[in-house]
Design a protein around this ligand. Sequence first.
Ligand code: ADP
Ligand code: ZN
Ligand code: MG
Length: 505
Amino acid sequence: MPAAALSPQVLAKYEPVIGLEVHVQLLTATKAFCGCANQFGSAPNTNICPVCLGLPGALPVLNEKAVEFATLAALALGCEVRERSIFARKNYFYPDLPKGYQISQFDKPIAEHGFIEVPTANGAPSDRSSSLGCSDGVMKRIGITRLHMEEDAGKSLHEGFADSATRTYIDLNRCGTPLIEIVSEPDIRTADEAFEYLTRLKEILLYTGVSDCNMEEGSLRCDANVSVRLKGADKFGTKAEVKNVNSFRFVRAALEYEIERQIEVLESGGRVIQESRTWNAAEGRTYSMRSKEQAHDYRYFPEPDLPPLIVSAEFLADTAKKLPELPEARRARMIAEYELNAQDAATLTASREFADRFEAAARTARNPRRVANVLLSEVGGRLKALGLEQEQSPVSMAGIVQAADLLDEAKISSKQLKQLFDVCFENGEDFPAVYDREKPEQITDASALEALIDQVIAANPKQVEHYRGGKKTVAGFFVGQVMKATKGQANPALLNELVVKKLEG
Ligand code: ADP
Ligand code: ZN
Ligand code: MG
């Protein structure tokens, strides 16, 4: 942490300004400009050819799938897609960049002017670990300046520590992997908003299927730009850029650290320098990497080996048809359709695949809402208690539907349902198997139930009086008492009916 903790009064004088640059690898079968496999984890330097190595005379050919994915992502992020965009060379030397330049886009990117909505501070969740459940809060729009296409460079693998490496190995498999870079406006004001933006960005991209967004494998990488200024100032302060932080939690922590560091610099009469910094997770602080005082000069110029990229109206329309229902819209619809709260909607839509499976199953059930209910309370609750993921659940979607239907038809009571689920989780068995074996007994004999109801009525004259005085909800008390007496085995529908009949009689 910064040397001296800053008082809340000092912190409150400043406003952080944050803009994020996110690189995302596209899930195409082949690379952006050649036929080499776009595959993580191959043996080093096996997926390479003259084109991605930039050997003399080799010419790039644009991968149409990469354009489709970039367009799909752009549409999902509310961007305007440019009909005619231009590839440009970004020139710099680096050992893992044999061409000496990256093909990128510069002043005419494929898409611009998008946005992502995030909850603002007052609408934000108190539980910071789960961020998507608060769509009932106040939402704020974070602008996306641009989304452009480019190719990735290779990878340097350092032996020993990066700053005192004894050897560095070069793997060029990644050269020419198609990327999109998504640059936000400097609209973000807190580390939490940055976390929300990234979480939602990743979720949207996963829904579109353009990337696996696997941060450990480098499919999604984030550079965070941050500055601070006195509240009310109209000019932004000098920014520092925290490079390549490999988890969203670390981005948030790095930003929190960096905001305090910059305020401290300013408070002690210093000046923030424009530079790149790295996040050291073990120490919980950022370190200066290299000064960025002078504007770097990449000597961009239009790529002479590629024609302008034309996204026709027809291509755009075809791509738009491939756009799935996006997470925020889906949550809103599911909240209404299944009568969920925001948190539960977030759980059910955590991945598109899971939400699809849930909805496909729910549609086959007598009462889809009950499927949501059983899934969230019975299965979700038990998984959470055991620290298990949804995929590790012994109960299948079909099992949940069967349970929900049995409950809906009053063939089992909710108490029996709980007991059956307990068995499922104890034995690691699916619901249908457990139900077939245990077939819980139900008391459907009306006279036996009536006898029990009579006993409960006789023992609770006060409650009977309340009921007859108009407090109809007291019926629930009698149902509960008889259920208890039968250890949950009374047929609930029949019991309800009989209780009312007796009380009215
Ligand atoms: P650079 O030329 O250094 O890459 P850009 O203008 O391209 O800077 O902006 C890169 C990112 O930094 C964008 O996400 C942008 O919103 C953000 N950004 C720009 N200026 C500031 C600032 N003063 N403070 C915080 N973020 C900023
Ligand atoms: Zn190649
Ligand atoms: Mg930039």
